[in-house]
Design a binder for this molecule. Structure first.
Ligand SMILES: Nc1ncnc2c1ncn2[C@@H]1O[C@H](COP(=O)(O)OP(=O)(O)OP(=O)(O)O)[C@@H](O)[C@H]1O
Ligand SMILES: [Mg+2]
Length: 360
């Protein structure tokens, strides 16, 4: 199973640099999610990989084959890839079995019996055995989605490309299908590029995530990496909730925001430099006002707002002697009411310095 390497890919539409010097490696057998806001170049990247578009600069490699460069582009049908579009694109006049068999139309040398056996086996894997003779119009959204997956996998592609395959489904089904796609990936192990703008989906389904911004990779890593060690404000705010506070380094391990001093765990800040810190809401420790006295990053505050969410409480805490209002997510007990004075503690390791700007 080969991997995919994208080297400084660029594709423009008129004045728009849809993909702008994008570099990325998908390891063999890995499911990598391309995550980013609308218009950041996810679909364009996928179409470049599939060979529907030619890059103006850069190269696409699969294993030791160069499939795209400005000089030459291998056509889609010779790429050993399968793509699943957002709309599924099932043939409405064909049955489920015929739709899946359609994927095999370019496979020479298969007897009719071989084809039928492959289709049957694939429908069993996606849990649609018994649906062979139905038409797409007689299936639920999730079942149609599974037919599209079966049609893509039946050709045994080396590379699987999926463009927001769950976006047409309602919220419950979408959650169920996340696990389904992960299970299929673990069964087949195709090298997979999975486009989504839903960070929860990316976190559940993928081995690694590449966060895209304006046609470039802002940061790539595991969900854990991106959540706990975001490098830029954009990534910190795109993956989960966070508090970002702007300050100035006053020592190699200390950031000042007004009168507040926040210690960070790393000791490589440049004194005098502007630094933004990301602090996740669940990393603020709330307690009685006296309990927080002394030690690093202990502050006092007042509860501005409290919303009970069942397994946690979402607080807004106004920090004393500052303009800061921080989001905190805490266990339901002990409970702090609106207006209550609280103590607030933040571990230095929970204060993650962010780069001032995104990589160019
Ligand atoms: N055929 C086209 N002609 C002109 N501009 C295009 C074309 N296709 C895409 N673009 C532009 O290129 C940029 C990237 O588009 P792309 O479809 O790759 O975004 P995306 O990340 O998939 O967004 P979404 O999440 O909305 O699907 C956008 O600014 C878009 O308007
Ligand atoms: Mg798109």
């Amino acid at each position: 199973m080969p991997g995919v390497i994208l080297k400084s890919l660029s594709k423009r539409y008129g004045d728009v640099g849809a993909v702008d010097g994008l570099s990325l490696e998908v390891k063999p057998g890995e499911l990598l999610a391309l995550l980013g806001p609308s218009g950041c170049g996810k679909t364009t990247t996928l179409r470049l990989v599939a060979g529907f578009l030619a890059p103006e600069a850069g190269e696409i490699w699969v294993g030791d084959r160069c499939l795209s460069s400005p000089a030459s582009v291998v056509p889609p049908e010779r790429r050993r890839m399968a793509m699943i579009f957002q709309s599924y694109a099932l043939w409405p006049h064909m049955t489920v079995a015929q739709n899946v068999a359609y994927g095999l139309r370019f496979k020479p040398g298969l007897s009719r019996g071989d084809r039928e056996a492959r289709v049957r086996e694939m429908l069993r894997v996606v849990q649609l055995a018994g649906y062979e003779r139905r038409y797409p119009g007689e299936l639920s959204g999730g079942q149609q989605q599974r037919v599209a997956v079966a049609r893509a996998l039946v050709v045994e592609p080396e590379i699987l490309l999926l463009d927001e395959p769950l976006s047409n489904l309602d919220a419950n089904l979408r959650e169920e299908m996340r696990f389904e796609i992960r299970r299929l990936h673990e069964t087949f192990g195709n090298t997979t590029l999975y486009v989504t703008h839903d960070q929860g989906e990316a976190m559940v389904i993928s081995d690694r995530i590449a966060v895209l911004k304006a046609g470039k990779v802002a940061q790539a890593g595991t969900a854990d990496d991106l959540y706990h060690r975001p490098r830029t404000r954009f990534v910190a705010e795109f993956i989960g909730r966070t508090n970002v506070l702007d300050g100035v380094a006053v020592a190699r391990d200390t950031v000042a925001h007004g009168h507040l001093r926040l210690r960070v765990a790393t000791a490589d800040l440049e004194p005098g430099a502007r630094v933004a810190l990301s602090i996740r809401p669940h990393q603020l420790r709330l307690g009685e006002p006296g309990a927080a006295a002394g030690g690093a990053n202990a502050f006092r505050g007042t509860v501005r707002r409290a919303a009970f969410l069942g397994d946690s409480v979402d607080y807004e805490i106004a920090v004393a002697d500052s303009d800061l209002v921080l989001r905190a997510a805490a266990a339901p007990t002990p409970r702090f009411e609106v207006g209550a004075a609280v103590g607030l503690r933040i571990e230095p390791a929970a204060c993650v310095p962010l780069a001032e700007s995104d990589p160019r």
